[in-house]
Design a protein around this ligand. Structure first.
Ligand SMILES: Cc1cc2nc3c(=O)[nH]c(=O)nc-3n(C[C@H](O)[C@H](O)[C@H](O)COP(=O)(O)OP(=O)(O)OC[C@H]3O[C@@H](n4cnc5c(N)ncnc54)[C@H](O)[C@@H]3O)c2cc1C
Length: 430
């Protein structure tokens, strides 16, 4: 059987690798020069089953509304994005009820834990190297009540497999001495031993090479300009004058997936949520920085990555805008200096980057078939794409190959959406 995959980010590359291992003949198309060049390029580098919560936590829509007109809000809605978000926004609010939020958190956690297992196996079997480290992560919390709430919530997730340990400020500093200057500001924290770090782009490049050796064909600089549908099935994917055909087609085009699918009359509830990172090469830190940190108050992660420090965070609903405004960069610089005041980090050392998280309306990825017979999806991973990538690629491959998946596929299926956002297909040929 032949599969054609659109996209060579984390989802496209993992799907290609596992499908090829399952005996499929696979071709991957991407408009970029190589794999992992868009949202999978310089993300926060954290693999965090410890943070499975969707962003539509109860009350988050109020934070979004308040952010209109503020330039420093970590979660930000821009007026110009409102038209694109109208129906999606209503779904975002609907999914922020306490019961939906809890259900969606558990769905992400199950896939995240499975993903860590798949990634571990992949490392052992292939020796793939991507600057990874399995030391766990630290969550820092300044307010005592927030700490108690976070521990209560973690306790609920323990039944689903979350492993964590409460830490006092002294224990935090003992684990990560670089945090000594801010130890006095903390109410405490949580250590999550299962979390890992790794360079997502390097992983995409490494897995592409392994997949290529296994027979996968990658065609870069190949922008997909259309998907041809006849009588309810895809008959070809088009790139300019070229036509690519297969038995099954997989859209793994990140935030651009809904744009490709909209032309077919398929409304997939995914919208871009922009985020930023700054990477500081060769920071001078003694003792060295070893443990990735998530700072609750600053809504940012600070990660030691292959001798560099990366800070990532903020979410803006601002459409497909990929500009790098100085105000957002200054904001991240201010945050990282507050977490690592002794590092002496300067703007001149930092490489800024931004990417568009493919955010599904309920904060859970969309993996599996569509109403168009042979068209499949692996998209909508939002802020958790690196954490969920290996498990998502394996789930998609198991479903296509007919193997029994290890996680419940219904939890990630497009068909879970009810009502007008239901991945509806209007029956149009495209
Ligand atoms: C600031 C930031 C920090 C993040 N931090 C973390 C983190 O710490 N941990 C975590 O788990 N996740 C994190 N994420 C999320 C994670 O990076 C994404 O969920 C993930 O990269 C999405 O992968 P993808 O393959 O779906 O999309 P992409 O990586 O964007 O891949 C899509 C591919 O499709 C191609 N494509 C699109 N349209 C077309 C077309 N028409 N024709 C041909 N090719 C096309 C693109 O070129 C691209 O290569 C972060 C994201 C951001 C922005």
């Amino acid at each position: 059987m032949k599969a054609l995959i659109i996209g060579s980010g984390l989802m496209g590359v993992t799907s290609a690798y596992f499908l090829s291992r399952g005996g499929w003949e696979v071709t991957v198309l991407d408009r970029q020069d190589g794999p992992g060049q868009e949202t999978s390029f310089a993300n926060g580098s954290l693999l965090t089953p410890s943070m499975p919560e969707p962003w539509n936590a109860p009350g988050s829509w109020r934070v979004l509304l308040k952010s209109l007109g503020r330039s420093d809000s970590p979660l930000k809605l821009r007026l110009k994005a409102l038209p694109q978000l109208s129906g999606w926004g209503a779904g975002f609010v609907r999914n922020s009820s306490p019961s939906r939020f809890a259900l969606n958190t558990v769905r992400n956690l199950r896939l995240a834990l499975y993903s860590m297992e798949v990634l571990g196996n992949l490392r052992r079997e292939t020796g793939i190297e991507y600057g990874g480290a399995s030391r766990g992560s630290l969550r820092l919390i300044r307010d005592p009540q927030t700490l108690e709430r976070a521990l209560e919530w973690a306790q609920r997730l323990r039944a689903e497999g979350l492993i964590f340990r409460r830490l006092t400020p002294d224990e935090i500093v003992a684990r990560e001495p670089v945090l000594a200057p801010i130890g006095g500001q903390l109410a405490g924290g949580i250590y999550y031993p299962v979390d890992e770090i790794g360079n997502a782009c390097k992983f995409c490049v490494g897995l592409t090479e392994l997949a290529r050796r296994g027979g996968v064909e990658f065609r870069f600089r190949t922008p997909v300009t259309g998907i041809e549908v006849r009588q309810g099935s895809v008959t070809a994917v088009l790139s300019g004058d070229s036509r690519f055909t297969a038995d099954r087609y997989v859209v793994a085009a990140g935030s651009y997936s809904p744009l490709l699918l909209k032309r077919l009359g398929l409304d997939v509830p995914v919208r871009p949520a922009k985020g930023y990172s700054l990477t500081f090469e060769s920071p001078r830190l003694d003792p060295p920085f070893r443990l990735p940190v998530c700072d609750d108050d600053f809504h940012a992660v600070v990660v030691p990555l292959e001798g560099a420090i990366r800070v990532a965070g903020t979410a803006e609903f601002t459409g497909y805008d990929l500009s790098l405004p100085q105000a957002r960069i200054r904001n991240l610089l201010r945050l990282v200096r507050q977490v690592l005041p002794s590092a002496g980090l300067e703007r001149g050392q930092a490489t800024p980057w931004c990417g568009l998280r493919p955010m599904s309306v309920d904060g859970v990825p969309i993996i599996g078939p569509t109403p168009i017979g042979n068209l499949w999806l692996n998209t909508g991973h939002g802020h958790l794409g690196w954490t969920l990538a290996a498990g998502s690629g394996k789930l998609l491959s198991d479903l296509l190959t007919g193997d029994s998946p290890r996680v419940d596929p219904d939890a990630y299926a497009l068909a879970r959406f009810a009502g007008p956002l239901a991945g509806r297909w209007t029956g149009r040929d495209g």
